[in-house]
Design a protein around this ligand. Structure first.
Ligand SMILES: [Zn+2]
Length: 326
């Protein structure tokens, strides 16, 4: 693919353009003309006569579980891509590869065989690299649940199962943020390692905006589908939003030690540019207000005893929330 060079000499200006691109692309179809722009933006390179400047919101890290590992790869302004590796076969899947070149650097360095793309939803800060990565790796299986996802060739629906090497993956339909949103639940063959890739449905301490769905749908996604996963399931979400999410959580439940402890830990991690990912389902149930709408403390904050009304209240309040000291 040829690159478009823009006369942009300031990183801050460049990042602002990227932010605007990501926002405006949320409801826009990716066209061939836009592809190099988003990829260029994704690469966050300032193209001047000086050497390329790389921007990264976090350091790249690795989670080693029994029989599988997850490379946490930062992307764009605050997105994460995840390279899931089956230790037995060295087959790998990539979740939301918005920066394909960065993904392929890790794939090549780790000497794994990339066989699948797991797309959580169509927003271009998640699916915007699909069209390019299928040109870089032959025969890639591109999973997803939305015709707006580029290069999707393996449509999945709720509870569909497939393998990545010895790892079993189950698609969980969680419509609300987008109507076709899928979370991917992964288990090792002996069922001892578990992870769920939650895109923009569940964040650490929060959840995605209800762009194409209702409070009832988010309640179903968070409090029924995801809450029913084993408590030790690791949660890998689509964005680094943890500190702000927990600031809001401490407004909802100011007396919560779980919120305070995780917020302090998250601030410390972010001060070193370290990801706050993963959490676990048990942890989320202890501090994430959107997963706690059946709890008395959260319901009292929302002045209701109805979990669905509490869900709607929290989303609306958080959307207008003024974050202290940010
Ligand atoms: Zn999204």
């Amino acid at each position: 693919m040829h690159r478009i060079i823009y006369p942009i000499k300031c990183r801050r200006m460049y990042l602002n353009i990227l932010r605007r691109l990501c926002n405006s692309f949320r409801t826009t179809r990716l066209t061939p003309e836009l592809t190099p722009v988003i990829i260029l933006a994704a690469n966050c390179r300032v193209l001047t006569s000086s050497p390329r400047v790389h921007y990264s919101h976090s350091v790249q890290t690795l989670e080693q579980l029994k029989d599988m590992r997850v490379h946490i790869i930062p992307a764009l302004q605050d997105n994460y891509m995840y390279l899931l590796v089956d230790e037995a076969s060295k087959q790998a899947a990539i979740v939301d590869p918005v920066e394909p070149e960065k993904v392929m650097n890790v794939v090549n360095k780790e000497q794994v065989k990339l066989t699948a793309v797991l797309t959580t939803h169509h927003h271009l800060d998640h699916s915007g690299g699909n069209a390019q990565i299928v040109t870089m790796v032959p025969n890639l299986l591109v999973y997803g649940n939305d015709d707006r996802i580029a290069a999707q060739n393996k449509p999945v629906k709720h509870q569909d199962k497939f393998q990545v090497g010895q790892l079993s993956v189950t698609a969980l339909a969680t419509p609300c943020h987008t109507s076709g949103h899928i979370c991917y639940y992964v288990e090792s063959e002996d069922h001892k390692s578990r992870a769920v890739f939650t895109g923009d449905t569940l964040f650490v301490g929060g959840c995605g905006k209800f762009f194409e769905g209702t409070a009832e749908e988010m309640f179903h996604a968070l409090c029924e589908v995801l809450a029913s996963l084993p408590g030790d399931t690791q949660v890998y979400c689509g964005h680094e939003y943890t500190v702000k999410n927990l600031m809001y959580a401490s407004h909802v439940e100011p007396a919560s030690d779980a919120v305070k402890g995780k917020l302090d830990w998250s601030k410390e991690r972010r001060s070193n540019n370290e990801p706050t990912i993963p959490s676990t389902i048990s942890e989320e149930l202890s501090f994430n207000p959107f997963m706690r709408v059946k709890e008395k403390t959260v319901q009292e904050h929302c002045s209701t005893t109805d979990p669905l009304a509490a869900m709607a209240y929290l989303r609306k309040e958080k959307d207008g929330f003024k974050y202290p000291n940010l």
